[in-house]
Write a protein of this length. Structure first.
Length: 464
């Protein structure tokens, strides 16, 4: 059943009856631990199994690897694989599929791909799940070319794609914000009479949302309901988050309310998305209210929760109060054990830059603390700091602290910071203009190949 407590109950009952557990029972315990994402329990039962002198086999290996993989601890999953193989335990296809999936979930496409030749060396034939895992790994890495390559390899080996295959391909297109690619894969899926599921529509929603086309996103939501599929928390999170660019609080709240009406429990991402929308609209009272609601829902804020608030106050019109609030939320974040990254430091420096009173000493202290805590500054850090201290002072500080200012200046990007700010109220007009252009192009595409045609074909591809 996968229930760890139930499995442990059976074991206790056996012990009361003086019955010796066998490898079948230990495998049940390991499987239950894997399904419960409890690596401590998995290690405990493997130790018990060893004490009982039960020889591990491929199922033992896979269960242990699966336990760590599901907790996102890929390196440890890999170590368990090496450890048991050194004990002459032979892995099977399921073992390799588990490792490929684990690597893919961490975004490590290279590691995921490296397991395939090892399978072949052991004369194991990759199956559809193997290629699905590789397509997923490529999608996670936002590598559409690799995703298509593994899809082609799947066809070359006469393996039939499944809904998860297409979900990963659509997801890869979504990550690049390409509605045409997402629509193409969805169309291909329907032609093969593969029925889309909730994950499929979530990927299509995500593609539309990432391109800034909220109209298309809502269209896919309607299609999903017409297909009698139930939206989940991911569905609503995508729809709420799609309102950040336009800073549309009203629509975001409508989706949040509909989530409650559908008896879908909001998660941390739901609240973080709402905080982002409020912050983008400059409504920081609402953003702080969301943070309170988050805690009321017994959820723990993460770095994104705090970052959205710090950034929101940094983006307000210059005032001592907004600067103070940005500092306050930064301090709360650190006091709750969350270590700031370059993004939060840059947001805080941006707030100080906009302070109506000079904050040179505070800005310098923040920069020194950033370097002292091994947080590497970015080009944005130096640019923001320069706005407060002046270029000469920044150069002096960099020389003193051993920062290669020239290397950062030559860096065309922002280092690890992909996006410093959510759209601020002052940026809304320009943002809306871009969104409208994307929406028009997308609407034209969907008129030609999209909603109407796909809806008709979807109705033709219900399971026979």
């Amino acid at each position: 059943s996968g229930s760890l407590s139930a499995a442990e109950g059976w074991l206790q009952e056996m012990q009361r009856r003086d019955l010796q557990p066998d490898i079948v029972l230990y495998h049940a315990m390991l499987d239950a631990a894997a399904k419960a994402h409890d690596t401590s329990a998995a290690e405990k039962w493997y130790a018990e199994m060893s004490r009982a002198r039960c020889r591990p086999d491929a199922l033992t290996l896979t269960s242990l690897v699966d336990s760590f993989a599901k907790e996102g601890r890929y390196s440890e999953a890999e170590r368990w694989f090496d450890r048991l193989v050194s004990m002459s335990v032979s892995p099977n296809v399921w073992t390799f599929n588990t490792l490929i999936s684990a690597a893919g979930r961490t975004g490590n496409l290279k590691a995921a791909e490296s397991w395939l030749p090892r399978m072949v060396e052991l004369a194991l034939e990759p199956d559809a799940a193997t290629y699905n895992a590789l397509v997923y790994a490529a999608a996670k890495r936002e590598d559409m070319q690799a995703a298509q390559k593994w899809f082609s390899q799947m066809a070359k080996h006469s393996l039939q794609p499944t809904a998860p295959t297409y979900n990963s391909l659509i997801s890869a297109a979504a990550r690049s914000g390409s509605i045409p690619s997402a629509s193409k894969w969805f169309s291909n899926m329907l032609e093969l009479r593969i029925s889309p599921d909730t994950l499929t529509y979530n990927a299509l929603l995500d593609a539309a949302a990432k391109s800034g086309d909220t109209t298309a996103a809502e269209g896919w939501y309607r299609e999903m309901r017409e297909a009698n599929l139930e939206p989940d928390v991911v569905t609503y999170n995508v729809l709420i988050n799609s309102q950040v660019k336009a800073a549309n609080v009203k629509t975001a709240l409508r989706w949040f309310s509909r989530m409650a009406e559908s008896r879908v429990q909001p998660d941390l991402v739901s609240f973080n998305s709402l905080i982002n929308v409020y912050s983008a609209a400059g409504n920081m009272l609402g953003a702080e209210g969301c943070m309170s609601s988050l805690r009321d829902a017994s959820l723990t804020p993460d770095i994104r929760s705090y970052g959205a608030l710090i950034n929101g106050f940094a983006q307000l019109d210059p005032s001592a109060e907004s600067t103070h609030k940005a500092e306050e939320w930064f301090s709360r974040m650190e006091s709750n054990g969350i270590r700031a990254t370059v993004i939060q430091y840059n947001q805080l420096l941006a707030a100080l830059w906009k302070s109506p009173t000079p904050r040179r000493q505070d800005a310098e202290e923040i920069f020194r603390r950033m370097v002292a805590t091994s947080v590497p500054p970015s080009r944005i850090t130096l640019r923001t700091l320069g706005g407060i201290l002046g270029g000469h002072a920044v150069s002096r500080l960099c020389r003193e602290l051993g920062i290669d200012e020239g290397a950062l200046a030559r860096d065309g990007g922002a280092g690890p910071q992909k996006r410093l700010f959510s759209p601020a109220p002052a940026q809304t007009a320009a943002c809306n203009s871009r969104v409208k252009r994307v929406s028009r192009l997308s609407a034209e595409l969907m008129d030609r190949r999209g909603f109407a045609a796909l809806a008709r074909r979807r109705k033709c591809c219900a399971p026979l």
